[in-house]
Design a protein around this ligand. Sequence first.
Ligand SMILES: Nc1ncnc2c1ncn2[C@@H]1O[C@H](COP(=O)(O)OP(=O)(O)O)[C@@H](O)[C@H]1O
Ligand SMILES: [Mg+2]
Ligand SMILES: [Zn+2]
Length: 461
Amino acid sequence: MSYLVYARKYRPASFDQVIGQKPVVRTLKNAIDQNRLAHGYIFAGMRGVGKTTVARLLAKSLNCEQGPTSDSCEQCDSCVDIQEGRSVDVLEIDGASNTSVEDVRELREGIQYKPLHSRYKVIIIDEFHMLSKSAFNALLKTLEEPPPNTFFILATTELNKVPATIVSRCQTFEFKKITFKQITSHLKDIIDKENIKMSDYGIRLIAEKAEGSLRDAQSLLDQAVAFSGQTVKDQDLKEILGTISQDLLFQFSKVLLNGETEAVFDLVQDINTKGYDLRFFHSELITHFRNLLLVKTLKDTGDLLTLDRTEIQQIKEQIRQVSSDDILRCLNALQSGEQGLRYSSHPKIFFEVLMVKICQFKKIVAIQDILEHIKSLKSSTGKNRQKTSKKTTEVKPSPLENKTRSPQSNPYSVNEKKNQRKTGKNKERDKALKEPKVEEFLNTFKAQIISVDKKDKKKSS
Ligand SMILES: Nc1ncnc2c1ncn2[C@@H]1O[C@H](COP(=O)(O)OP(=O)(O)O)[C@@H](O)[C@H]1O
Ligand SMILES: [Mg+2]
Ligand SMILES: [Zn+2]
């Protein structure tokens, strides 16, 4: 027997085998059994979620020699022919390559004749939204009053491109993405039946890559077995799926979180020489930072991460010294660069600049700290005035004061040197605050506050 790809081999033969799509299946089964079927259906949804499959199941139910029945026999000639896609009365038309009004005219003429071997003619038009405007118009009348023995199923991945006049003449069903869990458990089934050896981690990698399309998942599995044979190693899978090496992602997050600007250019060059698309790398980097954030925030990440144990451990080590605020800031900046990178005519330069900007975050003072600083400045200038008149030597400095001022320059405290035990982080903050620009900025605030304070004093006296 010739080789069948998994997507065809595992195409559901009955409604009960359809994964997900419960509302669609239930409505159709009831309609068949109660003889309440409409003559035109639109099946909308992304690729590989069961539109063609359900259309064929509907055709089988209608034409089964024991039917019409929602529980087709699978034995009769009609059932077998339709399952194998060779029934003359079930027409599958590719809407993407038969877009003209002539194509529709031909179709209209064809359906004037009675079905050859079956009860009904079922016309399935795939990628229906690709028809031309005049082709749509030519179909309108037929959809409104189709010949008595004919059913139309119009499948589309872009419902928004189907004219409202057509939509209003049909019943529309929206096919949902297949969930991650459904995909992994379906893959496990196939792997068992086919005697394939693959780790749970490998299965999750494929399921994630499939992004809700069951056919994509099956095709990737096919590809993996073709590449590795019956035993598929994680490393092989990573290669097939074109996933960016985790090492490179970890190198990047280290550089960004530690603000190592000078390392950026070499790393970007590295991505380029390895042949990765920058936009793809960028989106993987976003996912990587999302993983960092998850591990930082949650005790148990459960099914939320597609990483193996050593990678999770590596994340834990990397973020030990980092706050979730820092990770969040990087993630936000990465996301806000997405649009720009997509449309930039110099993606490499755009990406480098974005990375350098994120590295500079370390030097930016959090607004909360500035506000606290302003508050404490205001209160301490007042207190200080009172206290100097009473000859007091010590005023408690504000939190920022503590971090920013060197003991000599702090006019408010004589004991500060003793009290202050700086962490490495404080030192960095200090350094940043000593940048001329930041100091100038803070000084402006101080000057303003002091002048406001003076005005207040004058008023009250
Ligand atoms: N909901 C589903 N349940 C079971 N198998 C599915 C489902 N969706 C897709 N598949 C698998 O993917 C293959 C292609 O599905 P198909 O119905 O042709 O997708 P499309 O939505 O693109 O028409 C099927 O042969 C089947 O193996
Ligand atoms: Mg299809
Ligand atoms: Zn049958």
